[in-house]
Design a protein around this ligand. Sequence first.
Ligand code: F6R
Length: 250
Amino acid sequence: MRLIVCDNQQEIANVGADMIAEVVAANPAAVLGLATGSTPVPMYQELIRRYEAGKLDFSSVRSVNLDEYYPLAPDNDQSYRYFMNHQLFDHINIDKNNTNVPDGLAADPAAACKAYECIIRDLGGIDIQVLGIGGNGHIGFNEPAEALDPLTHLTDLTEDTIKANSRFFESEADVPRCALTMGIGTILSARRIMLIATGEAKAKAIATVLSGKLTTFCPASMLSLHNDVTVICDRAAVSLCDEATIAALS
Ligand code: F6R
């Protein structure tokens, strides 16, 4: 695991965009694993800037998103499909037919989850997976629990997550109680992983991740099982880590 501590949002956005640009330069038809939430937005804006400047070409790029609320229609302005279109896809030259987000209206969610795994396999796997992290240590919607699901699955959201995400909805009651999410194994099968974390609210989870110990009660700690993970943080997100840990991973 490699740690990059940045001084501000723009530096985080640049480091993340550099990693994505490197993957796309190596393979113009790369498969990007993408996340929603507030954290990756500055990086998406940086990717848009580089596309507009003619430095990045997404015309052959494919993408798979981590998760989607369930049940929620793709055109609902709180859906992750809507988020991706508005925050990134509508502003770059990616072919939307090459973008994949789990189907928040699937009549048979179990079948849709199986089909999502097939999509990822048929794309040849994920070249780089972008992740944010919940204050409770979740990645995707893999919530802290006694046991974790390896593959894409339907899951209940925890009260913590419902509360944290209610800021995007009119009221807490409007937050869907379930989601379709890649599993921990799906995430770990990506060739490279980038985890971005900003703010003090992520400090406890990041300290657990960087400790290198595995616990299902911090699902992101499972990233220590992967051999190519880059954690990109601001100083607040590493504020509960000791200097020796930071120095060892930097
Ligand atoms: C989003 C996702 C979530 C978020 C996490 C952090 O697709 O899977 O795990 O990455 O909840 O969200 P923010 O960035 O809003 O703090």
